[in-house]
Write a protein that binds this ligand. Structure first.
Ligand code: ADP
Ligand code: G3P
Length: 491
């Protein structure tokens, strides 16, 4: 039996999944990652914890399926999160600054005030928002002496999580793939190379950045998993991997992944799309030196709102009870929940926004609040799909995946609010399947991604069952709540 091992390092957990070439899961192990919130709007991870837990998860799976069966490894990861390490020792120099972290907001605001956003968007496909890595890197160089000193001494290595894991797995290979590099605000989108002008704008030393490589091929090899040399032959950021794992291989195909955040990606073909509606233009994958592109809408808070209801507020004991609670009431009882914990992402791009739960009355129950929280996922997605439609992408089918889509109620609500068929795959770990497909292609098990798509299998379709008027009322109420959030912004 042959397996491809996917390493999927997400925001809240790191997982290893062994897939057969038919897409069946042979073994899986996952470990929670501790979230650190040192200040409002800041989110950090410990890079050493990420490495140790990833290695442990991978080795557990290899013990289950047998080291000899692992043909190749694919890596996928939470994107934008940035790690700083010493290239002499391989030790981290500081905490990882996580994609949700807003500490680069003032740096971005300053560049915006200087009228630079259009130029930056033209070069990178992204906007001047602290979500992306560049302002996080500049903040670290300005505020963490260990990072600054290492840069001066040419000892500094910077990389997204893929880069960090590949360095550790291979014992010092400093690479990143084009999809991850595309999220830094430092890569030119057309050529997929570091842009010296942008590096200068953010004061990032180019010599600290990794080499940008394809998403499939002989990226490196490791002897730390299963104790024999195994090739690392696939790598992509988790949302791009999910788009591949959902077989969004043709222009116009769209997927949405509901993990910690939620990310809608539409395949856009061989040239970077241009959005007039504040969506992102990004690399879908790069194979054989040629990039394919995607249009993306990014929602910063999805499953993390459910986690918040459970861990911070305590009104649910488990994420899985939300479906039943939502179904126990006919509607949200007038409650609107805008979970802008770390600002609002696309299409608003408002880093200072903070969340609200509006419309509470004496009759409001926890079921109403839970329902409003789930409804927020559909309504945030509707904002993005409407922006995509205005940009010329009008899908009749949306493929969904990620931890949250185990929730049938949510899948039906998505179909209702979006007015499109929602399709769920058998394995909702499509991020991991996408990394496995890339690794299988890079290793030579499949000739191309189309052939590797035999790893994907449909499970269930949800058809829209809400009339146009009811849909419009819900969208209008949501727009009112978002306006309330915007009205609450500091001057
Ligand atoms: N049945 C469910 N209903 C709603 N949310 C759920 C359900 N099961 C899991 N979740 C949420 O999904 C998220 C986990 O999804 P996952 O794809 O593993 O996230 P990530 O890759 O970002 O770490 C958690 O935030 C959890 O609260
Ligand atoms: O942790 P996830 O799966 O929500 O993904 C995080 C994204 O990659 C952030 O851009």
């Amino acid at each position: 039996m042959t397996h491809i091992l996917s390493i999927d390092e997400g925001t809240t957990s790191t997982r290893a999944v062994a897939f057969t070439p038919e897409g069946r899961i042979g073994g899986v192990h996952s470990e929670e990652i501790v979230q650190h919130f040192p200040q409002s709007g800041w989110v950090e991870h410990d890079p050493a914890e990420i490495w140790n837990k990833t290695l442990r998860a991978a080795n557990r799976v290899v013990e289950d399926v047998g080291a000899q069966s692992i043909a190749a490894i694919g890596i996928t990861n939470q994107r934008e999160t940035i790690v700083f390490w010493d290239r002499r020792t391989g030790d981290p120099l500081a905490p990882a600054i996580v994609w949700q972290d807003r500490r680069g907001a003032a740096i971005c605001a300053d560049l915006k005030a200087r009228g630079l956003e259009d130029d930056v968007q033209g070069r990178t496909g992204l906007l001047l928002d602290p979500y992306f890595s560049a302002s996080k890197i500049r903040w670290a160089l300005e505020n963490w002496p260990e990072v600054r000193e290492a840069a001066k001494a040419k000892r500094l290595a910077i990389g997204t999580i893929d880069s960090w894991l590949i360095w550790r797995l291979t014992g010092g290979l400093h690479v990143t793939d084009a999809t991850n590099a595309a999220r830094t605000l430092l890569m030119g989108l057309e050529r997929c190379t570091w842009d010296a002008g942008l590096a200068a704008l953010f004061d990032v030393p180019l010599d600290a950045l990794p080499e940008i490589v394809d998403c499939a091929g002989r990226i490196g090899e490791t002897r730390l998993i299963g104790a024999r040399a195994i090739p690392i032959s696939g790598c992509a950021g988790d949302q791009q991997a999910a788009a591949i794992g959902q077989v969004c291989l043709d222009p116009g195909a769209v997927k949405s992944t509901y993990g910690t955040g939620a990310f809608l990606l539409a395949h856009a073909g061989a040239t970077p799309p241009v959005s007039s509606n504040r969506l992102l233009s990004t690399v879908a994958w790069r194979l054989g030196g040629r990039a394919a592109y995607a249009l993306e809408g990014s929602i910063f808070v999805a499953g993390s709102a459910i986690k918040w209801l459970r861990d911070q507020i305590g009104i649910i004991a488990s994420a899985s009870e939300t479906a039943e609670l939502a179904a126990s009431v006919p509607d949200s009882g007038g409650v609107a929940f805008v979970p802008a914990f770390n600002g609002l992402g696309a299409p608003w791009w408002e880093p200072e926004a903070r969340g609200i739960i509006a419309g509470i009355s004496g009759g409001t129950t926890r079921a109403h609040i839970v329902r409003a929280c789930l409804e927020a996922m559909s309504l945030q997605t509707a904002d993005l799909l409407d922006a995509m439609r205005r940009d010329g992408v009008s899908p009749s089918l949306l493929r969904v995946d990620g931890g949250m889509v185990a929730n049938d109620w949510l899948c039906q609500d998505l179909a209702d609010v979006l007015g499109v068929t929602v399709e769920r795959p058998k394995v909702v770990e499509t991020t991991a399947i996408g990394a496995a497909m890339l690794a299988a292609v890079g290793y030579g098990l499949f000739a191309d991604l189309e052939s590797a798509s035999v790893m994907w299998h449909a499970e269930r379709r949800f058809e829209p069952a809400l009339d146009e008027e009811a849909r419009s009322v819900r969208k209008t109420n949501w727009a009112t709540a978002v306006r309330q959030v915007m009205a609450g912004l500091p001057e």
